[in-house]
Ligand binder design. Structure first.
Ligand SMILES: C[S@@+](CC[C@H](N)C(=O)[O-])C[C@H]1O[C@@H](n2cnc3c(N)ncnc32)[C@H](O)[C@@H]1O
Length: 340
């Protein structure tokens, strides 16, 4: 099996699969125990064990494994974090990256493990425990800076002064928009009370709470003034709605918007072109679609043509699509209502 170049290649592919699977828990150990923080400075195993009060034998063995997986470097018996881990700790998106690692381990992996059972007719679990809701909202912030920049390219957004953020999560998009457009006012709607509390905190911290409000509840049933928003945002939650629910959602959004109002839907789509393949993004989006469908209250990634057709049916007129980041698998699908 291992003879010749082909055999070696096959063994390397197999090792790559197993190593990727093992690297994630090793990473999470380093983050959760504070070992990576402590290893910003070179330290030896006994100094670390004493400092963090950790079992010395497990710690030594973890250090060797983390070294073998290139997560830490070792020089003359002293360990220190690698450049990659240093980026993980200090990147602007560090909280989102951490949430993504936790989400992969705690939601993706167990769900993927269940797929064969679900394919045979097993009952699909419901998505949205309080921890999952908080983690998902945190992960959604991964591309936030690029998304807010892309949003400015959606026709009508720069002139919008009354903003509605549907399923606002931690409120960071709303805060970002209100900080950017100083005479804009906004309302964020969030189903999960704990996430909504975070959103309120975000608005206060960004010093925009005078112009921004968060309401807890279901967008589909909350009492909202008709025709009073210039911009409605739906960031990263279109797959919380089945096609039928989506049509009702779009009609409700259309009713909330003023004449010539803009509706901007941020969503991942299952792109499969040369750039997404080169970036490996085709793998993550296709797997994301599978994980979504494994829940009874989530639906697959949307087909943009179907979204445009549903938008047209809901009375939207002009529409288009803007790419967020390279490859175009994350995009704003936008549409505008007609004149008043
Ligand atoms: C994946 S998160 C995205 C959060 C935020 N929009 C972002 O992109 O950072 C989706 C959020 O929508 C909320 N949500 C789902 N359905 C909703 C509904 N019908 N009304 C209001 N919020 C909803 C969820 O609780 C969750 O916090």
């Amino acid at each position: 099996m291992t003879s010749g170049i082909g055999g070696i290649r096959r063994m390397r592919s197999l090792a790559g699969i197993v190593q990727g699977h093992l690297r994630l828990p090793l990473l999470r150990i380093g983050l959760r125990t504070g070992l990576f923080e402590a290893l910003r400075e070179p330290r030896d195993a006994s100094e670390l064990a004493e400092r963090l009060e950790l079992a010395p034998d497990l710690l030594e063995s973890w250090l060797r494994a983390a070294h073998a997986h290139r997560l830490v470097r070792c020089k003359e018996g002293k360990y220190q974090i690698s450049g990659f881990v240093s980026w993980l700790l200090d990147a602007e998106e560090a909280p989102a990256i951490r949430a993504l690692l936790d989400h992969t381990a705690l939601t993706y992996a167990p769900r993927l493990d269940q797929i064969s059972e679900l394919m045979e007719g097993g009952e699909r679990p419901e998505f949205g425990s309080p921890e999952e809701a908080l983690r998902t909202a945190a992960v959604a912030r991964m591309m936030e800076r690029q998304a807010i920049a892309a949003l400015a390219r959606v026709p009508g957004v720069r002139a919008a002064r009354r903003v509605l953020d549907i399923g606002c999560g931690q409120g960071t998009y709303l805060a970002g928009v209100l900080a950017h457009y100083r005479d804009a006012h906004g309302l964020g709607i969030e189903l999960d009370p704990a996430v909504a509390e975070e959103a309120q905190r975000t608005l206060r911290e960004a010093q925009v709470s005078r112009r921004g409000e968060i309401r807890v509840g279901d967008f589909m049933t909350l009492d909202l003034a008709e025709g009073s928003y210039d911009l409605a945002l739906l960031n990263n939650l279109v797959y919380y709605f089945s096609r039928e629910q989506r049509r009702a959602l779009f009609e409700r959004v259309s009713g909330c918007l003023a004449g010539h109002g803009v509706f901007a839907i941020q969503t991942t789509i299952a792109a499969d072109d040369r750039v997404t393949r080169a970036l490996g993004v085709d793998q993550s989006t296709a797997t994301f679609d599978l994980v979504l469908r494994a829940h009874r209250n989530l639906y697959g990634l949307p087909d943009p043509e179907e979204v445009f057709s549903d938008l047209r049916e809901a009375g939207f007129e002009e529409m288009g699509s803007i790419s967020i980041g390279p490859g175009g698998s994350l995009r704003y699908l936008w549409a505008r209502t007609g004149s008043p």
